[in-house]
Design a protein around this ligand. Structure first.
Ligand SMILES: [Ca+2]
Ligand SMILES: [Ca+2]
Ligand SMILES: [Ca+2]
Ligand SMILES: [Ca+2]
Length: 337
């Protein structure tokens, strides 16, 4: 039975890819980077993941009490109606209380009366109604002042939840002014979630400061798209794990063949001539097929799931493809059986 030996490494690769591609929806996958309760109201978010077409996020200004949302305020349902929205993209929601709401990507529908308050307001982003998962939250004071709670949301002040009272209790207009390049998602979440004079700028007075030509204005001063440092370490360690698993599979296969050689000839060294007899004629076609299969897997991952190639991927494919093809050739070598 050669099947297990031959197809285990490619199946392992497919499994690892599938596991990373079907990531769950989790806190911190988006973050609020602008809040405007003046004028016609709006806010902006940055996404730290690629958002697939059809994805839906709910923005809720009702108060979460730890179990349910109360009622009386507005709920916006946002749907990505275009292609994949790349990680780092800032999405701006405008005119939310003005009767002609709009959004820079996708489409929105509003239920209830959406009107962000200039004091004691909290805004939640969640998936599902009732929520199955919370993604982010912002309070223009703190959540207690908003009569709201983070209990049961999985959100944490200082990363996935923002309390603007650290710079301005009851801010009317607020924008994130910290770095938007050079950091990982976790690095940005820590900056965004910890408002200070270096990370958030606000205005707070009677009347409308959202378009008064004094920083910050909304949407004029919403930060641009973020550049998220590639998660080079996890990707590299992933490839390291894949290659290590393949090498271990190869060693196991060689040990099994050595055992077979001992059974047949009484001498494990008889394996050596058999291995030497692996010819280019049998190896190269298998190498070509292996690379073709790996490239198809990557193309499918990119086209179907929006996977983005990393710098480590070509090297990972090159090395693991060689190991797989060698193992395949070894496993089907006629001299071995
Ligand atoms: Ca308002
Ligand atoms: Ca509210
Ligand atoms: Ca104001
Ligand atoms: Ca302003």
């Amino acid at each position: 039975m050669k099947f297990n030996k031959l197809y285990f490494p490619p199946l392992l690769l497919i499994f690892i890819f599938s596991a990373s591609l079907f990531a769950q929806t989790n806190p911190g996958e988006i973050a609020f980077v602008a809040y405007n309760a003046d004028g016609t109201d709006g806010f902006a978010i940055v996404t730290f993941v690629d958002i697939p077409n059809g994805a839906e996020i709910i923005f809720n200004e009702n108060e979460w009490d730890g179990t349910v949302f109360n009622t009386g305020e507005g709920v916006i349902t946002w749907t990505n109606t275009g292609g994949i929205i790349a990680e780092g993209t800032v999405i701006v929601f405008e005119n939310l209380s003005g009767g002609s709401s709009s959004v820079s990507h996708g489409s929105i529908s509003t239920s209830g009366s959406f009107n962000l308050n200039v004091s004691g307001e909290a805004l939640y982003a969640h998936v599902g109604s009732p929520p199955t998962s919370f993604l982010a939250a912002i309070a223009n004071n703190d959540f207690t002042a908003a009569g709201a709670s983070l209990t049961g949301t999985g959100l944490t002040v200082g990363s996935t939840a923002i309390e603007l009272d650290a710079v301005d209790a009851d801010a009317d207009v607020a924008v994130y002014i910290g770095a938007n390049s050079g950091l990982s998602a976790a690095g940005y979440l820590a900056l965004i979630g910890t408002p200070s004079a270096a990370t958030w700028d606000t205005q707070d007075a009677s009347g409308d400061q959202s378009q008064d030509a004094t920083f910050p204005d909304f949407p004029d001063d919403v930060p641009g798209n973020f550049t998220i440092s590639s998660a080079a370490v996890p990707t590299l360690s992933e490839w390291g794990m894949i290659i290590m698993a393949l090498l271990m599979g190869l060693m196991a296969m060689m040990a099994m063949q050595a055992q077979t050689a001992v059974q047949h000839t009484g001498n494990a060294l008889s394996l050596v001539p058999a291995m030497i007899s692996i010819s280019r004629k049998t190896f190269l076609p298998k190498l070509g097929i292996t690379y073709a299969v790996l490239i198809v897997i990557f193309l499918m991952a990119m086209l179907l799931f929006g996977y983005e190639l990393t710098a480590a991927d070509p090297w990972g494919v090159l090395i693991s493809g060689g190991i797989i093809a060698f193992g395949w050739t070894l496993g089907t070598n006629q001299d071995m059986s």
